[in-house]
Design a protein around this ligand. Structure first.
Ligand SMILES: *[C@@H]1O[C@H](CO)[C@@H](O)[C@H](O)[C@H]1NC(C)=O
Ligand SMILES: *[C@@H]1O[C@H](CO)[C@@H](O)[C@H](O)[C@H]1NC(C)=O
Ligand SMILES: *[C@@H]1O[C@H](CO)[C@@H](O)[C@H](O)[C@H]1NC(C)=O
Length: 464
């Protein structure tokens, strides 16, 4: 798919580039690495819970009303809010910037700042992927460095746009620095990522249906008649209905193997993961120099569904908690998820909430699956991601921008707690609650070189 950006002025020419930096539209960043072969489960002795004693206590946990109220309370106003007021663009176009995308970027709205066209006017119809594939062309910008300065574009791209009326930039991803940019460009970038982002109608409709079924489970759940999507779409969910938490969990084979940690599947699993590591990364996985214990205490092992269940239970989520599982494949499948499900019997996912007809449009399309999960995650009362990565970063940033509660697991703390085999439930609970008091969405200011999409303050947000 081609997206062509029609630019109206010098800064506009720059700004429009950022439209396409939206990290969430690069499906490959979301999907479990697509080269992962379908898991072969011969390596399995179904993994058993590793923290049986704690699980037993967690199953009997009781939470007070006060604790529940606290847990579900929205974040209080932290005095930071969006301060994005981008420049008004002049009327006259200076030319086109063209980028070629393979992902699911279907619709963008930039309002007054940059106009986006799906097709070039006839005079530029020669400017195609094929045209650039066959020879060196003057209108192709091939050398945009990763994290380039704004001046780089003014010096290298603008002259091409001025001479030819078009510049085609490829490759195009992460091509602009986060620091030392003119404020108005930075703000425009914020606007693109946090405000102009709109999903195509069928993603919104499915997302709204899922959110509605999570908030109103009894009256409407499993009413999958054809008119359903229309019925729920117009409704205001935000203030009414039950609350729910979204858990983004990425525990696939790539992740498990790459971490070089031991996940309790016994010798067979260890061997299988080591072999997988060898095939995929030929010894380039640094973690494999460390012992499992070292990795865990440094917080470098992905949490298993079981451990995430313990984390959530220790934080105070009770067995009435409506949990939406936003994830793709889990290494070990149901065998690994069952412990989490025991702790949270009201756990749902796309499959349990939507009919196969409803899911047909997004089936097998990683970017669309991710878009639906992103949408539902943005509409949840609480979001928790147990897997570092692009989805995590994008949601943490966007929810910070909207001042929404987002729990960031303290991996090192949890690693250490779970290593202690004599840990008792009350101590675990206390340590977990204390260790996450400051990890619920409190503003963290961006440091140099960090992404504005993960840390929107202070570039996209102002303190009042
Ligand atoms: C939920 O937890 C309570 C309190 O521990 C327990 O009595 C009840 O049986 C649990 N319900 C389910 C469905 O597990
Ligand atoms: C392990 O947990 C127990 C019980 O909470 C505690 O008394 C002990 O100090 C812990 N051990 C380590 C090494 O942290
Ligand atoms: C930021 O990144 C640039 C380029 O990679 C590097 O030269 C610079 O030292 C980094 N600055 C900080 C504060 O890490």
């Amino acid at each position: 798919m081609n997206q062509i950006l029609r630019n109206r002025h010098r800064q506009g020419a720059m700004a429009s580039l950022f439209v396409l930096l939206l990290p969430i539209f690069f499906p490959s960043l979301f999907a479990p690495l697509s080269h992962a072969s379908p898991s072969v489960f011969l390596e399995w002795n179904a993994p058993k819970p590793r923290h049986m004693r704690l699980i037993k206590s967690a199953l009997q946990r009781e939470t007070s009303n006060a604790q529940q109220t606290d847990l579900w309370l929205p974040l209080e106003n932290q005095g930071w809010s969006s301060c994005v007021e981008p420049p008004k663009a002049p009327e006259k176009s200076q030319g086109y910037i063209q980028v070629f995308l393979d992902g699911g970027l279907n619709q963008q709205r930039m309002g007054d700042d940059v106009s986006i066209v799906k097709e070039l006017p006839d005079e530029f119809s020669w400017s195609t992927r094929e045209y650039y594939a066959t020879a060196i062309r003057a209108t192709r910008i091939k050398t945009a460095p990763v994290h380039a300065s704004a001046n780089w574009y003014i010096e290298n791209v603008l002259p091409v746009v001025q001479s030819y009326g078009i510049a085609a930039i490829a490759p195009f991803s992460h091509r602009l620095a986060f620091d030392n940019l003119p404020m108005e460009l930075q703000r425009l970038r914020c606007k693109v990522n946090f405000q102009a982002l709109v999903f195509v109608p069928h993603i919104r409709a499915l997302g709204d249906a899922l959110v509605s079924r999570l908030r109103y489970p009894s009256d409407e759940n499993k009413a999958f008649d054809n008119g359903y999507l229309q019925k729920v779409t117009g409704r205001q969910h935000k203030q009414r209905g039950g609350k729910f938490v979204v858990l983004h969990l990425r525990f696939d084979k790539d992740m498990a193997a790459h971490s070089a940690c031991d996940f309790g599947g016994g010798k067979a699993e260890k061997l299988a993961l080591a072999k997988y590591r060898q095939v995929m990364w030929q010894g380039r996985v640094l973690n494999s120099q460390f012992t499992d214990e070292e990795l865990r205490s440094q917080g470098r092992c992905p949490l298993t569904p079981e451990e995430i269940g313990l984390l959530l239970a220790a934080l105070g989520f009770n067995n009435n908690t409506r949990l939406y599982l936003a994830s793709h494949k889990v290494y070990g499948g149901e065998a690994r998820i069952s412990t989490l499900r025991k702790l949270f019997p009201l756990m749902e996912d796309k499959k349990s909430l939507a009919s196969s007809e409803e899911r047909a449009q997004i089936k097998g399309k990683a970017s669309l699956l991710a878009a639906v999960d992103y949408y539902v995650s943005m509409h949840s009362d609480i979001f928790i991601s147990a897997s570092p990565g692009n989805m995590h970063n994008a949601l943490v940033g966007h929810r910070t921008y909207e001042n929404l509660k987002t729990i960031r697991p303290n991996m090192a703390l949890l690693g250490q707690l779970f290593l202690n085999k004599s840990m008792e439930w009350p101590e675990l609970q206390e340590a977990v609650v204390e260790g996450h008091a400051n990890r619920q969405g409190q503003i963290r200011l961006r440091k140099p070189n960090q992404s504005i999409y993960t840390y929107p303050a202070p570039d996209c947000m102002c303190s009042s």
